[in-house]
Design a protein. Sequence first.
Length: 630
Amino acid sequence: MTHYDNDSFAFTDERFADIQMLRYRLDGWDTLTLQQKKYAYCLAQATIAGRDIIYQQLGHHNLNVRKTLEKAWSNYNGDRNDPQFIALETYLKRVWFANGIHHHYAGDKFQPEFTPDFLRKLTDVDDELIDVIFNPQRLPRRDGNPDAPDRLDGASITFYEGITQQEAEKFYRQMKAGATEEAPSFGLNSTLSKRNGLITEDVWRIGGRYGTIISRICQWLKEASQFAENQSQRDIIAMLVDYYETGSLTTFDEYSIAWLQETEGRIDFINGFIEVYDDPLAIKGSWEGIVHYKDLEASKRTATLCREAQWFEDHAPTDPRFKKSCVKGVTASAVNAAMLGGDNYPASAIGINLPNADWIRARHGSKSITIGNLTEAYRMAKRESHLWQEFADTPATVSMIERYGALTDLLHTDLHECLGHGSGKVIDGGAFANSEHHSALEEARADLFALYYMADPKMLELKLLPDSEAWRALYYTYMANGLMVQLARIEPNRRIEEAHMRARALIARWCFAKGGAMRMVSREGTTRLVIDDYSLLRQHVAELLAEVQRIKSCGDNEAGAALIHQYAIDIDPTLHREIRQRYSALGIAPYKGFINPHMMPVRDASGAITDIRLDYSESYAQQMMRYGKL
């Protein structure tokens, strides 16, 4: 490993399995005041403190597996080039990356290439854990069998214990019956269990499940409060601590409203049980954390979009019944991540829009972030890969992507997060109610919104795009990704499972099936996408956006499921094999994640903190082992 410091920074090329680890630089860190740095540091510690929750949420045995493997890795004093040790180290790194024993995207169980005897020689491990690690039939998938009548059957996730899918859906359907529009997100922060024939909720709070970990989170949140930039931030932290103490989802909604309205401070954070992607029923929130600070110059771009939010809503190609007459509280910032945690680490989103509750979005608005330094890390890693030289149809298309791709990718994330997720309105019974396809459809809706407006003359009027051709770079890369390139991430004989990948496949395949705009050609034995009519393609995007918005607004789950099953799941095996071979020949890791900077307080003789220094020299294993001791 090379040592990286603030003056000479490079990205690591540490790889294992199908993963490449990247570093992200905290540009502008030295422009923060000491108080702001202390605030960010304490929030970062609160983010790291919650790490073990996600392991436990994704499987009963995950934490025990991780700690056992870490002990074995530390105890080994032999030849580190021994194939058995290399296999153990690779398996451990995969467990770290996925927060458990299942692949973070595909959901399939990892199969170790070291032996049980090798593990037994290094640490005390009982037969139960040996079976969990080595038996491929034990907990084969994180989220259960997608084809089974009961999605919870065989799932490793711990959101439900002794509960069938039918029982869970009935429980929450009854809870929602007669509830007001402002009802909280029932079930978001609890384990649903059956004991002695009775179904009960075990709430995740201090004094309840994960209580000890949540207590540590709250200790750091309270420490952070004394360094907050304003009273609003202090009030928000107090509300979050109250929520963690009581588990009240009404308090969480009140906190969420206050959080989205706080836009004056430069430092901000997300900490809690938020996204429902890991739950096949899309009810339970996985724990996540992130700390970030505004990129003041780049935030001018997102501010421009937010000022025009009503215009974008009014001109959407959707039924007027499903448009908001008055868009409220849309705020967005371009930010730099300072610390990633929980479900946001090591893999992370590059854009976030919250809160998720539709009624809060409608009445109070939403807050979005586009994470610039993570996007830049991805761009740097991709720069030398020659991806589009391999997959684009002509040198002219490659040139177009090289010229406009980075900018249009950023703007697509801005439109998706700042406006897409918050667009439209739900009428009675809407919002993909109780739909297992909720996440994929919502991501598709936001992507379609962004794609549609990327090609609108309004982007030129707002001086966000340099010319009327730039948007085509996004259309090409998006459609080629949805039709072909993303298949490289999926193992043979598997289907598309992850929500964002399903969204891209749905859009690209649906538009392709409409005909006239795109075609696939074979050149020198390789499949290439040709877009013949970009304007017609935009019309297809508009038509699909109108339909997906109708599905959400009306809660037409049957139509939504039909779209997903027809366009977003199955894979042509011949094309799949070809794409994987071509991608592999490029030497690109299909998945990428991040190593956090190490924040190190600098103290004077009296012990007072005089600065927070950043160190980028930690290896992936060093960071994970350090976190494991905190």
